[in-house]
Write a protein that binds this ligand. Structure first.
Ligand code: SF4
Ligand code: SF4
Length: 414
């Protein structure tokens, strides 16, 4: 019997559950290209970074559907293609294939690829060796960066935030591993906290007790480790009694909001979950934050895949950018749900750094040639790391900002 796609939670679905979808792939290639009437030029008409780089169908969404079919029906053994893991793990999980396929064919090529990853992990073929280090780090240190737990709240010294393990706070700031632990990024959580305090929020954090949301683990297909993290996180978060959870990381946001409810046996989070950009837009609209200082600059917005395609947040960052005095906002040719991924997600940057860098180069090139902007603005620490590395290495004059930092500058928080 064919199991329909909605009968099971995403993190319990096996390849068998996608049999009907896999056989139904029409080989139409909508998963590789910009949605028809969004196309403005041949140069920027594609949407799958993996297919664009490798020019071979197994790297595309369609290719994954056909690899899945062959494995499912026993037409293919792992020994037949030593490159199999590379085909499956060069995908950045950007979701562009699924976004476009759903419009016409109602299939889920990205979820099929995630089920393929889970199958490879089960059979000892995946994830890639570089991902094993990341998983070990999360298991030993509760973060993917091999950092001791004692470093986790270093960014927040002198900010006077509540420790929610000792006292209640209405709003819990879930910081996320990357901005909490990467010394080049601690300005993002600091400015997020300062802005929320300036707006009068009763704000706390989990301090050293915050643990990885598990997003990178989920994306590389280690369902067992992800399920354990999801359960631990929900227990920790619900114990705080916070009314809302705000995070400045799109990966954490997607994990808490959309992934946890799809993990069998994980209870619901008893709080509203918001991305910082979404909440800042609201606070600005309600007059609780005033964008007073001018920032004279022409900027474009990079939609992080985890915030845009995966969670549907496109307007909030654009509203904010348009409201900052002095900023001239201009769209890249590919934008919103047709945005070009930065190349950093889904474990691609960890295992295939050259591919991730080339994908970011293409994003920067598009930003330059189609907008003439002075700066790319985004709000995802992974996008910032990946795009930032390429800009630094090439000595490019294009600037890169986290939106939270621009809001802090315009509001004038100290
Ligand atoms: S995965 Fe979807 S969009 Fe891609 S070829 Fe198959 S049916 Fe078409
Ligand atoms: S998720 Fe993105 S990188 Fe992966 S196959 Fe789909 S379009 Fe390509």
């Amino acid at each position: 019997m064919t199991i329909q796609k909605d009968d099971k939670k995403v993190f319990e679905r096996e390849l068998e559950d996608y049999r009907e979808q896999i056989w139904g792939c029409a080989r139409c290639n909508w998963c590789q290209n910009q949605w028809g009437w969004s196309v403005k030029s041949a140069e920027f008409s594609e949407i799958c970074p993996a297919f664009h780089e490798y020019r071979f169908f197994p790297y595309s969404g369609m290719g994954k559907m056909h690899i899945a079919r062959a494995i499912l029906e026993g037409d293919f053994d792992y020994e037949d293609a030593p490159e199999l893991a590379e085909f499956i793990y060069t995908c950045t999980t950007c979701g562009a294939c699924e976004m476009n396929c759903q419009r016409l064919q109602d299939k889920e090529p990205l979820k099929v690829n995630e089920a393929l990853r889970a199958r490879l992990v089960r059979d000892g073929i995946g994830p890639m060796p570089a991902h094993q280090t990341l998983i070990k780090s999360v298991k030993h240190y509760d973060n993917p960066w091999m950092q001791p737990r004692s470093q986790r709240d270093k960014w927040s010294k002198k900010l006077g935030l509540k420790d929610v393990s000792k006292e209640k706070a209405e709003t819990l700031f879930f910081v996320g591993c990357t901005t909490a632990l990467d010394a080049t990024m601690t300005g993002v959580p600091q400015n997020t906290a300062k802005l929320l305090l300036a707006a009068g929020e009763d704000l706390g954090t989990l301090g050293k007790d915050e643990i990885c949301c598990g997003s990178p683990i989920a994306r590389v297909g280690d369902r067992e480790t992800f399920t354990a993290l999801a359960k631990r996180n929900v227990e920790i978060l619900n114990k705080t009694g916070a009314r809302r959870i705000v995070t400045s990381c799109p990966g954490c946001y997607r994990a808490l909001l959309h992934d946890y409810p799809e993990v069998p046996g994980v209870p619901p989070i008893e709080a509203d979950i918001l991305h910082a950009v979404e909440y800042l837009d609201l606070l600005i609209n309600h007059g609780r934050l005033i964008l007073a200082n001018e920032i004279p600059m022409r900027v474009t917005w990079h939609d992080p895949c985890h915030l845009g395609r995966h969670c549907g947040i496109y307007d909030a960052p654009r509203n904010i950018l348009k409201a900052i005095p002095g900023i001239e906002f201009v769209e890249k040719e590919r934008n919103r749900d047709q945005s070009w991924c930065c190349g950093g997600g889904g474990g691609a940057r960890t295992a295939f750094p050259e591919f991730a860098a080339k994908t970011a180069e293409k994003l920067i090139h598009e930003a330059k040639t189609t907008t003439g902007a002075d700066a790319i603005v985004t709000c995802c620490p992974f996008c910032e790391l990946n795009i930032g590395d390429v800009l630094r290495r090439s000595g490019d004059s294009m600037k890169l900002f986290n939106l939270v930092d621009l809001v802090a500058q315009s509001v004038g928080v100290k």
